[in-house]
Design a binder for this molecule. Structure first.
Ligand SMILES: Cc1cc2nc3c(=O)[nH]c(=O)nc-3n(C[C@H](O)[C@H](O)[C@H](O)COP(=O)(O)OP(=O)(O)OC[C@H]3O[C@@H](n4cnc5c(N)ncnc54)[C@H](O)[C@@H]3O)c2cc1C
Ligand code: FES
Length: 276
């Protein structure tokens, strides 16, 4: 019988620096058959492992034509630190994809509001690419991205392209701007952009990802401007062990974040996340 916890090996094809403590790792399964079979949805995640250290849940930010997986990782602790010690050509363990993705089929024909904070842009990067590739299927696209400083922002190379997406609005905002401001960032929290946004709740769906406090604030502000809870989706982060709904580590209410999430409809999950 197949052991679901058994990782496959993946080789690091490229490492791209995003910020002082964040890199995008381009990972390819060493077994070509596994690479060929790989399919995913934006919002899903992989379990990446370093032998003798442990495993971490990491979102799939994008997948290339040869099915190499882009994983944008912030170096915060044991596993991520070990991954950062690896070089191009080294290998690590990888299993997945796991979890639900963003409801891309359900939101066809709608305006899309993306609100992302810090690393929260990683699982939403695939949504932005999907909307770019299928531009006529979706209405207005509004992206609001915030981070502590402009230097802390990920995917900076994409910003000029995203500013030119047809029928879209793009706001960048930082808690503080200490040095230069190359992307015309505003100062303030993501919610400070809400009074200027074009999106009207009538035909829009909001997709949120970032620190939980940011998502709770953003969801509350969206409610006050008329967004129904069922029109808001968010991606939750919990500490994970198995990643496949067996161990209960990521349980929230009656749901498992790894299996039933990480993307949830706000209406379903609201009772289980701490109110403001
Ligand atoms: C669905 C999902 C998707 C994710 N996607 C990404 C992604 O794309 N990129 C990314 O960089 N990260 C992502 N993460 C977060 C990532 O999984 C964690 O940052 C990573 O597992 C940390 O592992 P570590 O061993 O390096 O850190 P650890 O050594 O586990 O420490 C990480 C931090 O957590 C604290 N900590 C340690 N143990 C606990 C505990 N029991 N309870 C609370 N805090 C604790 C530590 O003090 C430290 O600040 C995602 C998480 C989930 C659930
Ligand atoms: S991580 Fe084990 S049940 Fe979710």
């Amino acid at each position: 019988m197949m052991n679901e916890y058994y990782p496959n090996f993946a080789i690091i094809k490229e490492i791209k620096k995003e910020t002082i403590n964040t890199n995008t790792f381009v990972l390819k399964f060493t077994d070509q058959k596994i690479a060929d079979k790989f399919s995913w949805k934006p919002g899903q995640f992989m379990m990446l492992s370093v032998l003798g250290v442990g495993e971490s849940a990491i979102s799939i930010s994008s997948v290339e034509n040869d099915n190499s997986i882009n994983a944008t990782i912030r170096n915060v602790g044991n596993v991520t630190n070990s991954i950062f010690s690896l070089k191009k050509g080294d290998s690590l363990g990888m299993r997945g994809p796991y979890g639900t993705g963003w409801p891309l089929e359900k939101i066809i024909g709608k305006d899309i509001l993306i609100v992302a904070g810090g690393m929260g842009l990683a699982p939403l990067y695939g949504v932005i690419n999907h909307v770019i590739r299928n531009r006529t299927e979706y209405g207005h696209l509004e992206i609001i991205y915030g981070a502590r400083t402009p230097e802390n922002m990920v995917f900076k190379d994409e910003f000029s392209k995203w500013k030119r997406i047809k029928n879209s609005t793009f706001f960048l905002t930082a808690d503080e701007i200490t040095r230069e401001n190359p992307f015309e960032c505003r100062t303030g929290l993501v919610t400070s952009c809400f009074p200027m946004m074009k999106t009207h709740h009538r035909n829009a769906i909001a997709l949120l990802c970032g620190p939980e406090i940011m998502m709770r604030f953003a969801a509350k502000c969206l409610e006050t401007i008329g967004f129904a809870d069922k029109k808001i989706y968010l991606s939750l982060e919990r500490r994970m062990k198995c990643g496949i709904g067996k161990c209960g580590h990521c349980q929230i209410g009656l749901k498992y974040v790894c299996k039933d999430g990480p993307v949830f409809n706000y209406d379903d999950i609201k009772p289980f996340i701490r109110p403001l």
